[in-house]
Write a protein that binds this ligand. Structure first.
Ligand SMILES: C[S@@+](CC[C@H](N)C(=O)[O-])C[C@H]1O[C@@H](n2cnc3c(N)ncnc32)[C@H](O)[C@@H]1O
Length: 287
C-alpha cells in the first residue's frame, strides 16, 4: 500500500515535459534492446531510472539519453536497474509443495507417454527453474519408468541468464533448500553453492520477452504442461498484464498448470478455463 501511495505522489509530481523525455528515452532503449519498457508500470520505471540518474550524476532524462547514446555500456546498467531479479530457490515453499505433492505426480500420470514441457518465464538467475528440476529429479529417480522432461527458463536479462548457466549461488539463495537436497545436489566451494550437473543438465536457458506473446523458439514446442510466471506480471501495466496472462494461459495444454506469483491476480475471465488447486497459492489447473 505504501508503495502505491508513493507511486501516485511520484506520478503527480512528474510534469508533462518529464514524461515526454521519459518516453523518448524508453523509445531509444527499445531500439537498442527490443524491450519495450513503456508497457511496464511507469512509476516503477521512473523510480528505477532515478537511481541511474543519481549513480551517474546526471540531472534529467534528456541528458541521460545523450549519455546513453555516447556510452553503449550504460544500457546494461540501465536494464539491470530496471529488471528486478529478486529470487531464491524454492521461493514460497508452499508452491513447491503443491508442485511436488499434486502437480508433478498428476502430470506424470496424465501425460505418461509425453516429454513433459515446463517453462519458467522470467526466471532471473535460474533459481526457480532449478528448483523445479530438483523436484523432477527426485521423482524421476523413484519411478520405475523413466519420465522425460524438458525445462526451459527464459528472461530478458542476458547477464542473469549467463549467471543461471553458471549455477553458482550465495548462501542466501539456498536458505529454503532442504538439507537433504543441499547435500545431494550442491557442491560447496569458495563460499558458493554449485549445482551438480545432474540438475543443470535438465534445464535450458534462453532469451525471451513475454510481452511478445509468443513461446520461446528454443523450446521448440508451442504448448506446455506447466508454465510458471511468478513475480513478473506485477511490473507491467494492466493492459499488457492482461495480454500476457491471456497468451500464457493459451499455451497450456488441457489438464496442464499455470503458476503465478503470490501478489499476482488471475483474470476473472480465465476462471471458466482454470481452477485453483490449493488455497494460499496461485497454482491453476486448466480444465
Ligand atoms: C522478480 S524476478 C522473478 C524471478 C522468479 N520468477 C521468482 O519469482 O522468483 C522478475 C524477473 O522477470 C524478468 N522480466 C522482466 N520483464 C520481463 C519480460 N518482459 N519477459 C521476460 N522476463 C522478464 C526480470 O528480468 C526478472 O529476472
Amino acid at each position: 500500500m505504501a508503495g502505491v501511495i508513493i507511486d501516485r505522489v511520484y506520478m503527480s509530481t512528474m510534469d508533462a515535459n518529464n514524461k515526454e523525455e521519459l518516453y523518448s528515452l524508453l523509445e531509444y532503449v527499445k531500439e537498442l534492446s527490443a524491450v519495450d519498457f513503456a508497457v511496464y508500470r511507469q512509476t516503477t520505471i521512473g523510480r528505477r531510472l532515478e537511481t541511474r540518474l543519481m549513480r551517474t550524476g546526471i540531472p534529467d532524462y534528456a541528458s541521460y539519453l545523450d549519455y546513453l547514446k555516447g556510452n553503449p555500456g550504460e544500457l546494461y546498467a540501465l536494464m539491470d536497474a530496471i529488471t528486478i531479479k529478486v529470487s531464491c530457490f524454492f521461493r514460497n515453499p508452499f508452491v513447491f509443495e503443491a508442485l511436488r505433492e499434486i502437480v508433478i505426480p498428476e502430470l506424470l500420470d496424465t501425460f505418461k507417454n509425453d516429454t513433459l514441457r515446463i517453462w519458467c518465464a522470467g526466471c532471473a538467475k535460474g533459481e526457480e527453474a532449478y528448483s523445479v528440476a530438483i523436484l523432477f529429479k527426485e521423482i524421476i529417480d523413484k519411478e520405475a519408468f523413466s519420465p522425460k522432461v524438458f525445462i526451459i527458463g527464459t528472461d530478458i536479462d542476458r547477464a542473469a541468464l549467463e549467471d543461471a548457466k553458471k549455477a553458482a549461488y550465495k548462501a542466501d539463495s539456498v536458505l529454503e533448500v532442504k538439507k537433504y537436497y543441499l547435500d545431494r545436489y550442491f557442491d560447496v566451494k569458495d563460499g558458493f553453492y554449485h549445482l551438480k550437473e545432474e540438475i543443470t543438465s535438465l534445464v535450458t536457458f534462453a532469451y525471451h520477452d513475454v510481452t511478445t506473446l509468443t513461446t520461446p523458439k528454443e523450446g521448440v514446442f508451442s504448448d506446455y504442461h506447466l508454465i510458471l510466471c511468478r513475480n513478473v506480471l506485477i511490473y507491467f501495466e494492466k493492459e499488457i498484464c492482461r495480454k500476457v496472462l491471456n497468451s500464457l494461459s493459451g499455451f497450456i495444454l488441457k489438464n496442464g498448470y499455470l503458476v503465478l506469483g503470490e501478489a499476482e491476480t488471475f483474470m476473472p475471465q480465465l476462471t471458466k478455463d482454470y481452477e485453483g488447486i490449493m488455497r494460499g497459492t496461485k497454482v491453476f489447473k486448466r480444465k
